[in-house]
Design a protein around this ligand. Structure first.
Ligand SMILES: Cc1ncc(COP(=O)(O)O)c(C=O)c1O
Length: 395
């Protein structure tokens, strides 16, 4: 192991002590590689910020830099977007949220009514589907298309699916589970369609920073004034900095009019406010976390290469498109002709827990999403167990 790896990777014995869902949901003989959380050490500045709250017993009503912490959070968000993507997001149009599930539900309640149509590209991160169903909205399926080179948006299909009762599009970019970073032309076509039908777009960009060399993330709201005025960007440092338990994110409205429309239905107080630990961690991540993030991206690039080397060799009959972003491998196991869903097969036969494909859309039971944000050794073990199970089954 190199010193860089030792500095960032948490060894298996230590991970097994954690109380997180990832490391406690399955029996100890199972290696968990499902929920979106990395097995890496936390950035030092974030740990220091949290330790400071504890050592000062600073648990009162918060104030930061002489103002409301939400104001500092919005500034840190705006600085990060500018630095990383050249997007000048107005901090005055940003609202803190506890998590992005809350942001999605709130946006749906604000910009649509029960029975209205909401379009979503599938397969997709399950809480996006839940947000449509649990608010009584109509789900308009817009499956991604795969012509062999990786998935793309099906703009023509979406144009056909949109009806007079359609009010919104939920977009996930970079895309979970496929790891696609959509091209500007695809996004422009989506915005043109939204304009034609006067739709609000909620763009979940939580995976924005986890993009591999050669690709670039384009915030939807930064595309054009037309895109901005109908886009609610929802994002947080939870994925990039591996702090989802600290619960802090941001909703950014691309225009004052959109923000006012939102608050006419969702008063600010109804959203509450994230706790100070979450806000301090997020502010610190965006202001001081970049060196740590570079280290993580280097490790993820290696892990992606490790997986790429295994697909088709150690893992016969498994196909994938290497992700352009995210730490997910979206594996197509149809050629393996497994006896059960791929998720069940690998759990039972390989004792590795992945996110089952059918949770992203019912037609994907032969797919699994593997979280490869772990140590070289654990990933090697995951690949070996998968390979052995496939081999046993093929005999
Ligand atoms: C697309 C997407 N959005 C949001 C989240 C997390 O959101 P929350 O802040 O609700 O935990 C994830 C986590 O995997 C995700 O993949």
């Amino acid at each position: 192991m190199t010193s860089r790896e030792t500095s960032i990777e948490i060894p298996l014995e230590e991970l097994r002590q954690q109380r997180s869902a990832k490391w406690t949901a399955y029996p100890p003989d199972v290696i968990p590689a499902w929920i979106a959380q990395m097995d890496f050490r936390t950035a030092e500045p974030i740990k220091t910020a949290l330790q400071e709250i504890v050592s000062q017993e600073d648990f009162g009503y918060p104030r930061r830099e002489g103002q409301q912490p939400a104001v500092v959070l919005a500034q840190a968000f705006s600085e990060w977007m500018d630095k990383r993507f050249g997007w000048s997001a107005d901090p005055a149009l940003a609202v803190p949220v506890s998590d992005l599930a809350q942001a999605k539900f709130a946006a749906i309640l604000a910009f649509s009514d029960p029975g209205d149509g909401i379009a979503l590209q599938t397969p997709c991160y399950p809480p996006m589907l839940e947000a449509i169903r649990e608010t009584g909205r109509r789900f308009i399926d817009n499956p991604l298309v795969d012509a062999g080179e990786g998935v793309t948006l099906d703009i023509d299909g979406l144009a056909r699916a949109i009806d007079p009762g359609t009010r919104m599009i939920l977009l996930c970019n970079p895309h979970n589970p496929t790891g696609r970073v959509f091209e500007e032309q695809e996004l422009e076509a989506l915005v043109a369609l939204a304009r034609r039908h006067d739709l609000v777009i909620v763009s979940d960009e939580i995976h924005q920073d986890l993009v591999y060399p050669g690709r670039r993330h384009m915030p939807l709201a930064a595309l054009s004034a037309e895109a901005a005025k109908r886009t609610v960007t929802i994002t947080s440092p939870a994925k990039s900095f591996n702090i989802p338990g600290l619960r802090c994110g941001v909703m950014h409205f691309g225009s004052q009019e959109l923000k006012d429309r939102f608050h006419r239905r969702i008063p600010r107080r109804l959203l509450g406010q994230p706790g100070i630990a979450g806000m301090d961690a997020a502010i610190t991540a965006w202001r001081e976390g970049e060196p740590w993030l570079s280290q993580v991206l280097a490790r993820l690039t290696e892990a992606r290469a490790q997986f790429e080397a295994a697909v088709g060799t150690a893992l016969p009959a498994v196909r994938w498109h290497a992700p352009e972003a995210t730490y997910f491998a979206w594996l197509d196991c149809r050629d393996a002709r497994l006896p059960t869903s791929a998720g069940d097969f690998f759990l039972k036969e390989a004792r590795v827990a992945f996110s089952p494909g059918e949770s992203f859309s019912p037609g994907y039971r032969d797919f699994v999403r593997v979280n490869f944000a772990t140590s070289t050794a654990i990933l090697q073990e995951i690949i070996a167990r998968m390979g052995q199970a496939l081999l046993r089954f093929a005999r």
